[in-house]
Design a protein around this ligand. Structure first.
Ligand code: AMP
Length: 397
């Protein structure tokens, strides 16, 4: 079975074609600058040279057609005909309370997804564009939506209701949803496999630390709490997002800086977090470098980031009344050696026996605790695309 996984952004489209016989990636690539000048498709077939296609890519339909052309191209392609694709799996950001599971897409599902645009106005519309385009171009090929929020739908009410009047939930669906669910699910399942135990016997804390970051408590395979909230702004400090702040700061800044709703939203999402505190960059690599050169605000950014991670791990361990495994994943979790060391140094009270000599690597799947450590810590590269492909396979089988 061959499955095409699509991740549509507002001006980009990422894709991977999987052969599900062995879960191998046959080709992957990225379309950038859709609808803008200088649009380009970079196509990377396995075992063949990468290909760059410059074209006028006006919308997602044109982008998907171009991807299908690249996949079936005589020279750079990996399949002979589009009909070899058995199903398409789409990454969808916000499934609200409607979608607790991945879903086979039909007109009713699209209608329900359209209703959710209000909850995720930045993220859901591009996903819908990708789905609509596939429906037009490949009407006979089944499509599946895999939501970033679904894995978190098992949270108890006591984790997802905010301290607001309950009517804010019943009237406007204001509650914690959580994001990065596909990644948290992938690495928690993988952690259970590495522990050689069923997930139903484990308490796991998964730390997805990238440009956007979240930490999730997974008890017996079910999410019980997660740090991102109603939107992907809550929790840790992120590349450009503020994370937890006193809500009273919002109207205060609006008044002082004369900002309207759109401006404050932009500010909290794009100007805060690591970029705002450090004044250096939103990219942790640059911040680590600047801190190494003695930049105080860069060092402060790292200290705040590490402290928040420790606070969430500590509180989730308390919430689950224990923890067996902690996982680091995504760009920072997989690559930042100093972050892993600094965080683990604060977790000895939990029973984490960090092994410094085992931590000197990037982007691999490895344990970084000593053999016999009461709580194990793993670095597990995430693979959301593979998770989407697996769900798609299950649903179309
Ligand atoms: P992601 O959103 O998962 O792609 O992660 C992006 C983040 O990972 C950025 O903040 C990068 O600075 C960070 N990152 C990637 N490689 C490294 C590295 N070698 N060391 C530290 N951070 C890294």
């Amino acid at each position: 079975m061959k499955i095409l996984v699509l991740n549509s952004g507002s001006s980009s489209l990422k894709y991977q074609l999987f052969d599900m016989m062995n879960e191998e990636v046959m080709a992957k690539g990225l379309v950038e600058r859709i609808g803008l000048e200088g649009s380009i498709l970079t196509h990377r077939p396995a075992n063949k040279e990468k290909q760059e296609i410059h074209a006028d890519i006006t919308d997602h339909s044109v982008a998907i057609k171009l991807v299908l052309d690249a996949l079936t191209n005589q020279e750079h392609g990996v399949i002979a005909d589009m009909k070899e694709i058995d199903a398409v799996g789409h990454r969808a950001v916000h499934g609200g309370s409607t979608f607790a599971q991945s879903t086979l897409i039909d007109d009713k599902v699209i209608e329900q997804m359209e209703k959710l645009v209000d909850l995720a106005p930045l993220h859901n519309p591009p996903g819908l564009l990708g789905i609509e385009a596939c429906k037009r171009i490949m009407p006979d090929i089944p499509q599946v939506a895999v939501f970033d929020t679904s894995f978190h739908q098992t949270m108890p009410e006591s984790s997802f209701i905010y301290g607001l009047p309950y009517e804010m939930y019943t009237k406007y669906e204001i509650r914690r949803y959580g994001f990065h669910g596909t990644s948290h699910r992938f690495v928690s399942e993988r952690a259970a496999a590495l522990m050689n135990k069923p997930i139903s016997e484990l308490k796991i804390i998964t730390c997805h630390l990238g440009n956007g970051s979240s930490i999730t408590a997974v008890d017996k395979g079910k999410v019980v709490d997660t740090s991102l909230g109603f939107t992907p702004l809550e929790g840790l400090i992120m590349g450009t997002r503020c994370g937890d702040i006193d809500p009273a700061i919002v109207p205060y800044i609006m008044e002082k800086e004369n900002m309207d709703v759109k401006q404050i939203n932009d500010f909290l999402n794009k100007k805060c977090g690591m970029l705002g505190v450090s004044g250096v960059s939103s990219d942790l690599r640059n911040i680590e470098e600047a801190a190494g050169e003695g930049n105080h605000r860069a060092q402060l950014t790292l200290d705040i980031f590490y402290k928040r991670i420790v606070k969430y791990i500590g509180s989730y361990a308390a919430e689950m009344n224990g923890v067996d495994v902690i996982v680091f994943t995504a760009g920072i979790g997989e690559n930042s050696i100093p972050m892993r060391e600094a965080v683990c140094a604060n977790l000895t009270f939990l029973g984490v026996e960090f092994e410094s000599s085992a931590n000197n690597f990037r982007g691999e799947e490895k344990e970084i605790t000593k053999p016999g450590s009461k709580v194990k810590v793993f670095v597990i590269p995430t693979n959301e695309e593979l998770m989407i492909a697996r769900d798609t396979k299950e649903l179309v089988k």
